[in-house]
Ligand binder design. Structure first.
Ligand code: NDP
Length: 282
């Protein structure tokens, strides 16, 4: 089967390689055509030709605005478009309507591993959109990574993608901020980082597999006096003061402290730290 990939950044190139390895012929188009060099795919001269070459077109672009730049004016009737670019759930829903108005089926998705891991063990991606469309495309999509279908709402895959990256990006900023904090005191990053990464891997030990935490958050019940919002909030304030004293960007610890302050002000001081959820979601 011929598959089209539009967008040849690191991710689109990795997808193209995975699809070729899976035995498909692949037609590609990219704004900067040189990025197709050496891939072994067929470079289409225009987006119109690229979409026309296959029933299934996969987009791997910086955002959804790029999709409109590329596909405006391109005949889509009868095609299936799978957009694996990052954007908001709202942008996905709007795109789904835009594509449907042009007579094509649409799936949205988010690839949850870095480009070099695409097509390998542990790779997976979230998808949403009409189930029948997903089931038709799945045998191709599974070459990118395991497929996790979330439901018909085209915004769901982006919601899950963004929520996972919320965890990821916040953790990455935390690691860099903490490293800057010790570096400001003359400690080499190499002395600090292995231990800091251990702290990250301690989190699952603290919250388990998430089931108990999920039940607490659902119920709005935050028992326990080992890690209260008051105690953790005091530490959050110490981190902020340490950062300010060291001249290290205080934005991140200030945001964290604000969660504790608001939880305490709302009467959750003697509850478990999970009570922050109550002020975050309101
Ligand atoms: P890049 O930013 O490297 O590539 C984006 C692609 O979009 C390029 O092909 C670029 O074309 C094209 N593009 C951007 N804007 C336009 C436009 N206005 N018109 C035409 N083409 C445009 O991104 P990646 O390949 O790294 O990622 C692609 C998507 O996958 C992103 O949404 C990213 O969030 C997601 N993703 C990436 C991961 C990774 O490891 N890289 C991991 C998980 C998800 P040109 O080459 O001409 O600039």
């Amino acid at each position: 089967m011929n598959v089209t990939v539009i967008g040849l950044g690191p991710m689109g190139r990795a997808m193209t390689v995975a699809l070729l390895r899976g035995g498909h012929a692949v037609t590609v188009w990219n704004r900067t055509p040189g990025r197709a060099d050496g891939l072994g795919a067929t470079l289409a001269p225009t987006p119109h030709a690229a979409v026309g070459a296959s029933d299934l077109t996969i987009l791997s672009l910086t955002d959804y605005a790029a999709m409109y730049d590329i596909l405006a004016g391109v005949g889509l009737t009868g095609r299936t478009v799978v957009n694996l670019s990052s954007d908001t759930p709202t942008a996905s829903r709007e795109a789904s309507e835009w594509v449907a108005a042009r007579g094509a089926d649409f799936l949205t998705g988010g690839v949850m591993v870095p480009a070099p891991a695409v097509g390998g063990p542990g790779a997976y991606a979230f998808y949403s959109g009409q189930r029948a469309v997903f089931e038709r495309a799945e045998p191709v999509l599974r070459l990118i990574g395991d497929t996790r279908y979330l439901g018909a709402d085209p915004g769901l895959a982006q919601l899950f993608y963004q929520a996972h990256l919320d965890v990821f990006l916040t953790a990455l900023s935390g690691i860099l901020h903490a490293t800057a904090l010790v570096a400001a005191a003359g400690v080499a990053p190499a002395e600090f980082l292995p231990g800091a990464l251990e702290t990250l891997t301690d989190i699952p030990a603290m919250v388990g597999d998430g089931a108990a935490l999920a039940a607490q958050l659902d119920a709005g019940v935050h028992p326990g006096d080992l890690s209260t919002a008051l105690m953790m909030g005091a530490t959050a304030e110490h981190i902020l003061r340490t950062s300010e004293k060291a001249g290290v960007d205080p934005g991140l610890p200030r945001a964290v402290l604000s969660h504790y302050e608001r939880a305490i002000a709302a009467g959750h001081g003697r509850s478990n730290w999970t009570a922050l959820y109550e002020v975050m979601r309101s």
